[in-house]
Design a protein around this ligand. Sequence first.
Ligand SMILES: NC(=O)c1ccc[n+]([C@@H]2O[C@H](COP(=O)([O-])OP(=O)(O)OC[C@H]3O[C@@H](n4cnc5c(N)ncnc54)[C@H](OP(=O)(O)O)[C@@H]3O)[C@@H](O)[C@H]2O)c1
Length: 249
Amino acid sequence: MRRLEGKVALVTGGSSGMGLASALLFKEHGARLAITGREPATLDAAAARLGQDVLAVRSDAASLADIDGLMAAVGERYGRLDVLFINAGVAHAAPIESVSEADFDAQLGINLKGAFFTIQKALPLMRSGASIILTTSITNQLGSPNFSVYGASKAGLRSLVKSLALELIGRGIRVNAISPGPIATPMFDRLGLPEALAEAKKAAIADKSPSKRFGAAAEIASCALFLASSESSYIVGEEIVVDGGMSLL
Ligand SMILES: NC(=O)c1ccc[n+]([C@@H]2O[C@H](COP(=O)([O-])OP(=O)(O)OC[C@H]3O[C@@H](n4cnc5c(N)ncnc54)[C@H](OP(=O)(O)O)[C@@H]3O)[C@@H](O)[C@H]2O)c1
C-alpha cells in the first residue's frame, strides 16, 4: 500500500543522509516532493536520484529570506503542503573554550531558529490532516561533552514540538519529532574532527551501543513515513527515539 499517495511533502536537508533516505521512501509511497540543501552539487545529485518531477530548492535553513523563497516555490509548484519534515541540521564538535559566538549562532540559527521559522512560513500552505516532523537528537536529553551547543539546539526543538503541537492541533495539524541516536550518514564526516579522531569516535560509539552498530538512514526514514502518514493520526507532540537502545544506558 502506498501510504502518502498524492500528498505533498517537503524534506529540508533532503539532499543527504536521513533526509534523502526519507525523501526516497516518501516518493516510493506516492508523495510529490520538494527537498532542500545548500550545497548545489549534493542537491543536484539527490534530485537526480529522486527523479525529474522533484522540486529541489537551494535554501539555507538559517535564512528567513530563503525560507520565504522556498515556501513560494512549493506554493507555486504544488499549491499546498501535507508533510513538512524539518530535518536540516548541523553539528560541530568543540570544547567550551573553542566555541565562538559565530559558531554558537550558526548552530542555533540552523537547528532551532530555522526550524521555528520554517514551520511559521509553511503554515499558510498547510491544512487539516497535515503532519510536521522535526529531527531532534538523543543528545537533547543526554549529556554530550563537546556537543553542548548542538545538544542545546536540539533541546530547544524538543520544547518547540510540545508547544507547537498544542498550538496547531486545533487546526488538525500534528507536530512530532524523531530523536535519532547514532546513524551512519555523512554528518559524522562533517563534525570538524580530524579523520583519525572521527573514526575512533565512530568505533567507540558502535561499541557502546546496545545494538553494537550505527543505525541506517533507512531506519529513520521508516519512522518518518509513519509520522507523515495517517497511521500516526492520534500521535501528537511525541518524540520517537530511534537509537538502538543507546539512550537507555
Ligand atoms: N547522523 C546522526 O547520528 C544524527 C543523530 C541525531 C540527529 N541527527 C540529525 O539528523 C538530521 C540529518 O542529519 P544527517 O545525519 O542525515 O546528516 P547529513 O547527511 O549531513 O545531512 C544533513 C542535511 O541537512 C542539510 N543542511 C545542513 N545545514 C543546512 C542549512 N543551513 N540549510 C539547509 N540545509 C542544510 C545538508 O545539506 P547541505 O550541507 O548541502 O546544506 C544535508 O542535506 C540533522 O538535523 C542532524 O542534526 C543526526
